[in-house]
Write a protein that binds this ligand. Structure first.
Ligand SMILES: NC(=O)c1ccc[n+]([C@@H]2O[C@H](COP(=O)([O-])OP(=O)(O)OC[C@H]3O[C@@H](n4cnc5c(N)ncnc54)[C@H](O)[C@@H]3O)[C@@H](O)[C@H]2O)c1
Length: 247
């Protein structure tokens, strides 16, 4: 549950408008942030914004369409945000992501490339565009939060592409934190197995096996959002370049 108004006057961009991204938007809005949610699936973004508490200071939340793997699409969205709000987002959560699972021995090259393009290159493009916009307008601080995954650290059967992409997201985040250390903090959240449309696709047999690896013995809720709110706020002002596991 939200316990404060620590995100008042923050403009937050969240990519990926269902599952975890939606929970992040709800949490941010409940703490006073103005939220822009952008998804490849415009309907998911609109549905998310429609359910949010009104923004503070009379600012409306915004739903946008984006393909995070396309530089052009990312640029268009950042320009639209700056036109509407006269500032870039000072908080950015990269939660757009996909899986295309298969065993290593049969994984198609195009499924490897696609997952890397969305999860890793998409995180790079959005991180770069937001950081460039913040630097260009002389913003004193920002917080970029990238959704990695515990499987980027430990691997997972059937997810060579996905776990490689998420390991890449952690490396990207640590480097961005070093390069942007003048005021833009960059951190990763590493969720474990969270109930969302992404995991709804996983067969029960596989879920039950995975649950034997989870200390609490159950799936998590999209309450990963609590950690994102902490990382977005000044409560985490001395934290950058790190990964927080929610497993
Ligand atoms: N659910 C879990 O157990 C879990 C665990 C670890 C990490 N994650 C990560 O958390 C993030 C959110 O996952 P989720 O479980 O909420 O999944 P989800 O499928 O509910 O949400 C992902 C969203 O990303 C959007 N998307 C896909 N491709 C896109 C693109 N090219 N451009 C813009 N948007 C695009 C989808 O339309 C979808 O709305 C992902 O990065 C995922 O890898 C999830």
């Amino acid at each position: 549950m939200a316990s404060s108004s620590r995100l008042i006057s923050r403009l937050a961009l969240v990519t990926g408008g269902s599952g975890i991204g939606r929970a992040v938007c709800q949490r941010f809005a409940s703490e006073g942030a103005t939220v822009i949610v952008a998804d490849l699936n415009q309907d998911a973004a609109v549905e998310t914004v429609d359910a949010l508490q009104r923004g503070q200071k009379g600012l409306e939340h915004m739903a946008g369409q984006i393909d995070v793997s396309s530089k052009d699409s990312v640029k268009k969205l950042i320009t639209r945000i700056q036109t509407c709000y006269f500032q870039p987002p000072s908080v950015c959560v990269n939660a757009a992501g996909i899986t295309q699972d298969d065993f290593l021995l049969s994984l198609e090259e195009e499924h490897f490339d696609k997952v890397i393009q969305v999860n890793l290159k998409g995180t790079f493009l959005v991180t770069q565009a937001v950081a460039q916009a913040l630097v260009a307008c002389g913003a004193p601080k920002g917080s970029i939060i990238n959704m990695g995954s515990i499987v980027g650290k430990v691997g997972n059967i059937g997810q060579a592409n996905y776990s490689a992409s998420k390991a890449g997201v952690e490396g990207l985040t640590r480097t961005a934190a070093k390069e942007l250390s003048f005021g833009i903090r960059c951190n990763c959240v590493l969720p474990g197995f969270i109930t969302t449309p992404m995991t709804d696709k996983v067969p029960d047999k596989v879920i039950n096996k995975l649950l034997t690896l989870v200390p609490l013995g159950r799936m998590g809720e999209p309450a990963v959002a609590d950690v994102c709110a902490f990382l977005a706020s000044d409560d985490s002002r001395y934290i950058t370049g790190t990964s927080i596991e929610v497993t």
